[in-house]
Design a protein around this ligand. Structure first.
Ligand code: TYM
Length: 332
């Protein structure tokens, strides 16, 4: 019998999940459970590269799990776990640090951005973080890593590190492909369409658990373009604000850009913006309600993350042993 292909991804519980995380990543995960063996985790170890408030980190990690399940990731069909519960991540992370070059790490856009934002805390972990991310991935020998556009560079570095390691020791790691969605891979901030949507600009960011009226308000205030045309037309260079709203609307409704243009022909931005808000509210409503219900059941959440860590650990250990043997560590 053919082995199933493997998919893996993670999100940092450094903030509440937002529409960018959902459209760029999670939405692409759920539908695949029959076809793939799937691993999704809360990347808590990555979050401490920036200072976190401990109680908030703990709460957000569990909320993120509840939201994964509410987004359609059935724990019976997907392995859902907390990164720090699977010690092999830290262990392989160290090994891969020694096979990742200073020059490669220096070129990472996310490092440059975060170092600029947190100038008072440019720690070693922030710099070597992509080696831990490579370990997160390579431990599970995945075929595909579904991420948004901003993580592509890290997945490409993972491929380079895997190929370098395999070149020295033989075929230890499967070399994975990034899997980037056609629409939604880069959702921009609603009030600054030249910046990607992220929790650091809350007014331009729509959170999955946000109240419908707050979501509506953010869409009504979304920056459209200062052209005089006032017409819904897909032109990312000339009309980035409108193009972003069209991408969001397309991603949540499944409509093409031509269909959207036809739907709003002659209506202007004043009609378009609340319509996008409505579509997003309706897409998120079932997720929000289900996540709140799951979050109230702490025993269930615990049973999910325990079972997930056990399964993940079993798979991760097989890869780690192989690596330790290849590099010459004495077997325990
Ligand atoms: P993180 O936590 O920043 O983001 C999680 C996922 O959401 C996507 N994303 C977006 N997609 C579209 N538009 C946006 N505005 C937007 N903002 C975020 C990201 O591309 C990502 O897919 N290092 C990773 C977490 C991680 C990981 C891994 C991912 C750790 N280990 C192993 C995959 C495999 C990160 O910081 O993503």
């Amino acid at each position: 019998m053919d082995e199933k292909k493997v998919m893996l991804s993670g999100i940092q519980p450094s903030g509440d999940l937002h529409l960018g995380n959902y459209l760029g990543a999670i939405r692409n995960w759920g539908a695949r459970a029959e076809e793939f063996d799937c691993y999704y985790f809360m990347a808590d170890m990555h979050t401490i590269t920036v200072r976190q408030e401990p109680a908030a980190l703990r709460r957000r990690t569990l909320e993120q799990l509840a939201q994964y399940i509410a987004c359609g990731l059935d724990p019976e069909k997907n392995t859902l776990f907390i990164q720090s519960h699977v010690h092999q991540h830290a262990e392989l992370g160290w090994v891969l640090n020694c096979y990742t070059m200073f020059g490669e790490l220096s070129r990472m856009t996310q490092f440059k951005d975060k170092a600029a934002k947190h100038a008072e805390n440019i720690n070693g972990g922030l710099f070597t973080y992509p080696a831990l991310m490579a370990a997160d991935i390579l431990l599970y020998q995945p075929d595909f890593v579904p991420v948004g556009d901003d993580q592509k560079q890290h997945v490409e570095l993972t491929r380079d590190v895997a190929q370098r390691f395999n070149g020295i020791y033989g075929d230890v790691f499967k070399v994975p492909e990034p899997y980037i969605p056609k629409t939604g891979a880069r959702i921009m901030s609603l009030n600054a369409p030249d910046t990607k949507m992220s929790k650091s600009i809350p007014e331009g960011c729509v959170f999955l658990m946000e109240k419908p009226e707050d979501i509506q308000r953010k869409f009504k205030r979304a920056i459209t373009d200062s052209d005089t045309e006032n017409c819904v037309r897909f032109d990312p260079a000339g009309k980035p604000g409108v193009a972003n709203l069209m991408a969001i609307y397309s991603a949540v409704t499944g409509k093409t850009y031509d269909e959207i243009q036809a739907e709003f022909a002659g209506m202007g931005y004043g009609k378009f913006k609340p319509a996008v808000g409505d579509a997003v509210v309706e897409a998120l409503r079932p997720i929000r309600e289900e996540a709140a219900r799951i979050m109230a059941d702490k025993a269930y959440l615990e049973s999910v993350y325990r079972a997930g860590a056990e399964k993940a650990s079993y798979v991760a250990e097989k890869t780690l042993r192989k690596v330790y043997k290849k590099i010459g560590f004495v077997a325990r």
